[in-house]
Unconditional design. Structure first.
Length: 428
């Protein structure tokens, strides 16, 4: 089977898994929004964001670098790739334990900062504890993604939201849904999904003998700018939710979180593209291969943009239909965040070209500037404009960041400065 056909088939399989998983997650979201009050959902959203940040943490600090490394060796040196998986697994566990311990200690302070009381400290501790389950779950996904085993990957992706939907349905049936019980559902389902994923994925790489310092050094080299990028992405991932909780009301948090969750349906496509394309793009070898990819993708962008404009134009009706009149004020927030989600969808495949180019540093720097700008603008405008202000600030800074990075990539390709093997950040 040709590489193109294999990727097309893999994309279809992973998209199906992501689509079903997102549909189940969307059902969970609608059940929570329609049952909980906006104030309660506004309290729940920052707690769930802790788990989301944990997943971004695992994916970016370790997962991305592991994929880049494995893409180079998995077909030619399986033992070296297995050693990388083993080191990455224990690194994930170590990071998860460290974050959980910090979160346990900082929970009272965070509760006061987010909710102006210490009553949610134990809920925050529970959310941070759930990051341990995230470490195992994301490790299994990373192994399957690196090996391009798309069918098992689609199944593992489904586990989390299947379990969440079943648990939320049970909680609703017994009439005990609350902020605390919903958080228990999210954390418990994460650990259950991690256990199922561990059974579904061969763990033989953990039995790889010894500790190869050369592999560890090469992983560190691959990951060093990813570590910077990670910190920025973790800060930026749920920045608006946390800052709204501190600077505005829980109702504004609820509006933003509801609109964000609806717009994240677009992430099905983004996640599918990243899952299937990243190993191939990260493994591009030589300037011409990178140049051909960049030029080919740029030709597709105008065609992909046309249906996106139509979908955004229809977005104002979605909130009222799906979430009810209590969230009608979130409609402009949703339209703005939906536009942002589509921009992310279109730009992600192109931004991934920075990995084989050895230019992750530039991406990290661009994201750093964006987050700093968002923080400064949020401090000024969130007390005045709430959720809508947060959405516009996120969209505006994202547009500037993407324009800068895409312009940099095009310039690199045009002046033939694309490095041959991304040597600066791939050497031991």
């Amino acid at each position: 089977m040709s590489t193109l056909r294999r990727l097309a088939r893999g994309t279809a399989v992973v998209f199906a898994g992501n689509a079903v998983s997102a549909a189940l997650g969307f059902l969970v979201f609608v059940m929570l929004v329609r049952t909980l009050s906006p104030a309660d959902f506004g309290r729940l959203a920052p707690l769930i964001s802790v788990l989301d940040i944990g997943q971004i943490l695992m994916d970016m600090v370790i997962g991305g670098g592991t994929l880049v490394f494995a893409s180079r060796y998995i077909k030619t040196d399986g033992v070296r790739a297995d050693m990388a998986f083993k080191i990455a697994f224990w690194a994930r566990v170590a990071v998860a334990v460290a974050v959980a311990l910090v979160g346990l200690a900082a929970a009272p302070w965070m509760s006061v900062w987010l909710f102006d009381n210490t009553a949610s400290a134990n809920a925050l501790r529970l959310a941070f504890f759930g990051i341990l389950g995230v470490a195992v779950y994301t490790s299994c996904i990373s192994v399957l993604q690196s090996r391009q085993r798309f069918l098992p990957l689609a199944g593992v992706i489904l586990y989390k939201n299947v379990l969440r939907l079943a648990a939320v349905a049970a909680v609703l049936y017994f009439g005990v849904l609350s902020v605390e019980s919903a958080l228990w559902v999210f954390v418990g389902s994460m650990f259950a999904a991690a256990a199922l994923a561990a059974v579904s994925v061969s763990q033989r790489y953990l039995a790889t003998p010894g500790f190869d310092r050369g592999v560890a050094r090469e992983l560190l080299q691959t990951n060093k700018w990813m570590l910077v990028l990670l910190v920025i992405l973790v800060v930026g991932a749920r920045l608006d939710v946390f800052m709204l909780a501190n600077l505005s009301s829980v109702e504004e948090v609820a509006r933003y979180a509801a609109a964000f969750q609806l717009s994240s349906v677009v992430a099905i496509f983004s996640q599918t593209l990243v899952t299937t394309l990243f190993p191939e793009i990260a493994g591009l070898n030589g300037p011409e291969a990178i140049r051909r990819f960049v030029r080919s993708y740029l030709k597709l962008v105008p065609l992909l943009a046309l249906p996106i404009i139509a979908l955004v134009a229809l977005s104002p009706w979605v909130i009222s239909v799906l979430l009810g009149p209590r969230y009608a004020a979130a409609s402009p927030v949703f339209s703005t965040l939906l536009t942002l989600a589509f921009i992310t969808l279109l730009s992600n495949p192109l931004l991934m070209a920075l990995f084989p180019m050895g230019k992750v540093r530039f991406l990290a720097m661009a994201n750093t500037v964006q987050v700093i700008a968002r923080v400064g603008l949020n401090l000024v405008f969130l007390p005045l404009y709430g959720a809508l202000g947060a959405a516009f600030i996120d969209l505006g800074t994202k547009l500037v960041m993407v324009a800068a990075v895409v312009g940099y990539i095009v310039w690199q390709v045009a002046v033939k400065r694309v490095p041959a093997a991304a040597a600066p950040e791939r050497t031991a």
